[in-house]
Every structure is written in C-alpha cells, then in structure tokens.
Design a protein around this ligand. Structure first.
Ligand SMILES: Cc1ncc(COP(=O)(O)O)c(C=O)c1O
Length: 328
C-alpha cells in the first residue's frame, strides 16, 4: 500500500510509539534541532519535546497560516543542524496535505530525516515512501485502516534503519529469535529489531484483512470517491454562512475530510469524515472547540461512538446525504 518492503515494516501499538522510536533512537548532539509544525497532533509533538527537555534539542515549530502550512517557511527552518523534519501527511485539524517530496528534498539536502505521521492518510490517500523521500512513516491502524485500536505500523527506510538504534528491544529483535541461547547475535537488520516480544496477533490478522480490502478496492479509487464527497460538501456550504478552514488547493487538500467553522459562531466548528465502506452518508461532526479534536472515522450507533463523542466534547452529529448519482 505504501511501496515498502517487508523488512522495512515493524508492528507498533500506535503512532506515538513509532514516533518515539525515532526520537529516542537517534544520537543527538549539542546544537541539534528538529523542525515540525505547531498544530501537529500531540503524538508528533511530545516525543520531540521530551528531547528538548532532556537533551536540550531545539524544537523549531512552523506556524499555521490561514489553515495552511507555508512550505517556504517550513523549509526555511531547516539548516545544517536539523536532524529530523516531523510532519503529518494530512493535518488532523485542517486537512492540509503536505507536499512530502518537496519537504523530503529539503530535509535530504541537509541529511535530515523526513518523519511522517501518516495516520490521516494511509488507506485513503495514495502514498509511496521512496518517491516521496519518506525516511520514517508511522500510523496506528484504527483510523482509515479500519482496524480495532492497539496495532499500528512503523516504516523505516534503509538509511533510517542504519542510523537508528533500537531502544526498546526483546527476544524478537534479533536475527534468530528462537535461538534462545545465543545472546550475541546483534540486532535484526530488518525492522523486526524494533519489535520487542509477542505482539497482538488477533489485531494483526484484522489489520491484514483490512489491508486486503483496501488494496483490492484500490486506494486511488477510495481517494477519488472521498474527493467527490468532500468537494460536494464544500459546494453545498457555499453561501451558507460557513467558512472552509481546509485549503482547497488541489495540491493541498486532503480527500478524506474538510474542516470548517460557522461564521459568527466560533463555538460550532465541524469536520467531515466518511468511512470508505459506507457509501451514502457523510458524517459531519460538530465539536465544542474551535477546531475538531479528531477525525476518527466514526462507527455510528455504537457505544464506542458515544464514548468518542462524549470524550471529545462533541455534542452534535449531522448526517448529510448526497445525490444518489454520486455513488455509482
Ligand atoms: C495526526 C494524528 N496522529 C496521531 C493520532 C493518534 O495517535 P496514536 O496512534 O498514538 O494514538 C491522531 C488521532 O487523532 C491523529 O489525528
């Protein structure tokens, strides 16, 4: 789905574990910095702030400009002391889609890693790790990969694996895990070095089934379908007292969701999300903060949805129906 080879993928619990793996596995020197975006989801902030607090690593945050990231501004923060550029492929609060190849070129020109939180894109946006110069990609599988919580994926490019030290290891981290007596094997040269011990096999089987479904359906097809839905929503909102926060520029819009605020009612923002396998309803979530707190694909009418809504202070869900001819 992302063009990775088997030895480049490790199972993790979630996105945070994957990103912390990188933060903790690099050897940082005085004066080093990393570049990120101020409105990243906290999973992509706390691992870096821990480095700032523990080791004095400088954390440079690019500000948001009108729901967008100004790539010139972000790239301008990268210099010869930058070790990591950490960014989401699709921003959770604005839907902004980053031009990874462009950021990756800037990162590589300073020998920094491009580290990408792909949770809001994997499964619904085509991603290709090598052409997009991604060194590390991390995602939990419980959003667009449609798997129960507790399992995620970490992609480590060959150069990332060469330079990162596995810091959380166990019996599976070596080349011959079942050779229980040989403690001097060194670490597995593949991403298994970053898996520790026995994993959540039931979840992994579920993830496999989801991946098969998504690959058979075609991520490009899903992306096109979601683009129709989100474009349609934006058209419907024209002239209706809503301001679209998400960039609608073709190279910046995510296809999976749109974020908007009600003009004059700053307390009523909403985000649109839709699960690929539910073709007719679009879910519009109205939250109590200025921006959506999350864009988890909601399972309607289940206790987990109710829990999600309560937890995130979301108090209203509107189902918007689109014309039938959109679902052929
Ligand atoms: C961009 C982004 N990253 C990460 C997460 C979740 O992090 P984790 O997988 O560590 O629970 C979310 C959840 O909404 C998110 O939107």
């Amino acid at each position: 789905m992302i063009g990775a080879r088997t030895e480049q993928i490790a199972f993790m619990r979630n996105t945070s574990d994957g990103l912390s793996t990188v933060a903790n596995g690099l050897t940082w020197s005085p004066g080093d910095n990393l570049v990120t975006f101020r409105k990243e989801f906290p999973s992509n902030i706390y691992p870096w702030l821990r480095l700032r607090n523990a080791l004095g690593v400088e954390v440079r945050m690019c500000e948001e400009r009108d729901g967008r990231i100004d790539l010139e501004e972000l790239i301008g923060l990268i210099d010869s002391k930058t070790r990591v550029v950490a960014i989401s492929q699709v921003q959770y609060a604005s839907g902004f889609r980053a031009d990874l190849e462009r950021i990756g070129q800037a990162a590589r020109s300073h020998d920094a890693f491009l580290v990408v939180d792909v949770i809001q894109a994997m499964g619904v946006m085509p991603t290709s790790v090598e052409p997009e110069l991604i060194d590390v990609a991390a995602a939990a599988a419980d959003k667009w990969l449609l798997t129960p919580e507790g399992v995620g994926l970490l992609y480590l490019s060959d150069r990332a694996r060469e330079r990162l030290e596995p810091t959380l290891v166990g019996w599976i981290s070596v080349p011959e895990p079942e050779d229980y007596g040989d403690f001097e094997q060194g670490w597995n040269r593949g991403a298994l070095a970053w898996e520790t011990g026995t994993g959540p096999s039931a979840l992994i089987h579920g993830l496999e089934a989801s991946l098969r479904l998504l690959v058979e359906t075609g991520v490009g097809k899903i992306a096109n379908h979601l683009e129709l839905l989100t474009d349609h929503l934006c058209e419907r909102l024209q002239g209706r007292n809503y301001q679209i926060v998400s960039s609608r520029h073709p190279s910046e819009k995510s296809r999976s969701f749109v974020s908007a605020t009600r003009v004059g009612l700053a307390q009523w923002p909403f985000t649109l999300t839709s699960r690929p396998e539910i073709s007719s309803p679009l879910l519009v979530v109205i939250g109590s903060e200025l921006r959506p707190t999350s864009t988890t694909p909601l399972r309607t009418s289940t206790s987990s949805s109710r829990h999600f809504l309560e937890k995130h202070g979301i108090y209203r869900v509107i189902i918007v129906r689109c014309p039938d001819n959109m679902y052929g």
